[in-house]
Design a protein around this ligand. Structure first.
Ligand code: ATP
Ligand code: MG
Length: 450
């Protein structure tokens, strides 16, 4: 028995009352059998899209992809995708079928699906339909292609990355034949649009334990992230490190919790600029001067190419830029950083620095983690005290500066000056005090300008 929420049950019932066959299918069946709560419920039916639209006349429907047979029905404000049983036509471009044909046969519809664990259907009246050994693979925690892997990856190369994504998110391994075919067919990924690669790759990065998978399939990643190859096996020649740049990055990634995309990306890419910045001194010690900046540039390029959204990109690049910054354990310094990055990004930076530290040679880990812990405590204190650390918290604002006769850039400069006074403890965050200080600053600037 699979638990079914009422909106999905309603969708099944409406189709059955209209005389059609209807089943839950794909991810929701897989996740339910695993005991997880599915993110959404997809339905497959022998009704044609026009018949589906007619059956759900009383509901809001969206013609999501009529030619592919998909109608979205909104029930109790929840969207449910209803797709007609279909067979995919021939594939000529390694990414989509030339045409799709509707079929009355559920088995045909399941056969076109990517992996056995995604190719099961269920309806309460007749139970589970599992034609390709999906249950067995779920129990063995295996990702296995439905059918012959080389053919399936040749049809749609995105499946290569989907296999890695499901393995990462579910914590499964990839069955040997499927794995072999992934390595063999990896270059077909060049036919896939960046947006689709991004969606799967970002989910893969946010999985349970992606590091071993990224390592085993690094040749596959390098097809769409050629920049990472410079990290493979790149020895660091310093006592602070006991792994090459690639394995160091994966170790850092491994200690970032799942579901934090910007942090996972930042950990993965924080040292990508190291190989290009490497120098060795006379003592045979390696240095990577300027690598944070170089990593930012490479990461920016890479994220742009993947069509990453701006908010994620900004967070990732900021974290990479400061991953090596020396943070002091003083309230003054902590307030400056809080002001510069904002609390959320600053706490993320502390987590990234901790993850980075944990991937260093053993003797250097504990002292650094200790210092970072102190900084985090200080930052929490600053927030709990409601202390002033940004222009927003300042007891005066731009209008006050205009009243004092300032204009244009002077306004920002004066406010920055006042914020520094407050953070440094040289002035109370109090309006009359700050107005007084501002007048002094204006006088001084005027004198120095004459
Ligand atoms: P999620 O929890 O991420 O939504 P999901 O299994 O529902 O997982 P979707 O990408 O939403 O994944 O796809 C829904 C279903 O459609 C899959 O379970 C699979 O049966 C089928 N499917 C999706 N993409 C492909 C593809 N490229 N090739 C073959 N079948 C696919
Ligand atoms: Mg889904």
């Amino acid at each position: 028995m699979i638990p079914i929420p009422s909106h999905a049950q309603t969708a099944l019932t409406v189709l059955e009352q209209n005389g059609y066959d209807a089943y839950l299918v794909g991810g929701c069946v897989r996740d339910s059998l695993l005991g997880d709560t599915p993110s959404d419920y997809d339905i497959t039916t022998n009704a044609t899209p026009q018949q589906v639209l007619a059956a759900f006349l009383a509901y809001h429907t969206v013609e999501t992809g009529l030619q592919h047979g998909t109608v979205t029905v909104v029930i109790d404000s929840v969207p449910v995708e209803v797709t007609t049983f279909r067979i995919d036509g021939d594939y000529h471009d390694n990414r989509r079928p030339d045409c799709v044909t509707f079929t009355g046969n559920l088995r045909d519809d399941l056969a076109r699906r990517d992996f056995t664990v995604n190719a099961m259907a269920y309806r309460p009246s007749t139970g589970l339909v599992d034609c390709f050994g999906g249950q067995q693979d779920l129990r063995a925690r295996l990702i296995r292609c439905v059918g012959v892997p080389d053919i399936r990856f040749g049809e749609d190369a995105l499946r290569i990355l989907r296999a890695l994504r499901f393995a990462s998110v579910l914590g499964f391994t990839i069955e040997p034949e499927t794995a072999k075919s992934i390595h063999k067919n990896k270059t077909l990924l060049t036919h896939i649009a960046a947006e689709r690669i991004q969606a799967e790759f970002f989910k893969l990065l946010c999985g349970i334990n992606p590091a071993p998978l990224l390592d085993e399939y690094r040749d596959v990643l390098a097809v769409f992230l050629p920049e990472i190859t410079a990290m493979f096996g790149f020895a660091q020649h310093t006592k602070y490190h006991d792994s090459d740049v690639w394995h160091h990055s994966l170790r850092a990634l491994a200690s970032i919790e799942a579901h934090s995309l910007p942090l996972r990306l930042a950990a993965f890419l924080h040292d990508i600029g190291k190989p290009a910045c490497f120098t060795m001194d006379e003592g045979g010690v390696g240095h990577f001067y300027g690598h944070a900046k170089q990593s930012v540039e490479l990461a920016r390029n890479l994220l742009n190419r993947l069509k990453c959204d701006n908010a994620t990109k900004h967070a990732v690049l900021t974290l990479i830029e400061y991953h090596d910054a020396e943070l002091a354990s003083t309230k003054k310094s902590v307030k400056r950083w809080l002001g510069r990055l904002g609390p959320e990004l600053f706490f993320d930076l502390l987590r990234l620095q901790a993850a980075d530290s944990m991937a260093h040679a053993a003797p250097y880990v504990a002292p650094r983690l200790h210092a970072l812990g102190q900084i985090r405590t200080l930052a929490q204190e600053v927030l709990d005290e409601g202390a002033c650390f940004s222009l927003r918290d300042l007891a005066v604002n731009g209008r006050d500066m205009i009243t004092l006769g300032l204009e244009g850039r002077q306004i920002g400069a004066a406010l920055d000056y006042l914020l520094t006074l407050v953070i440094d403890g040289a002035a109370e965050n109090e309006k009359t005090v700050l107005l007084h200080a501002a007048r002094g600053w204006i006088e001084e600037t005027n004198t120095s300008n004459t």
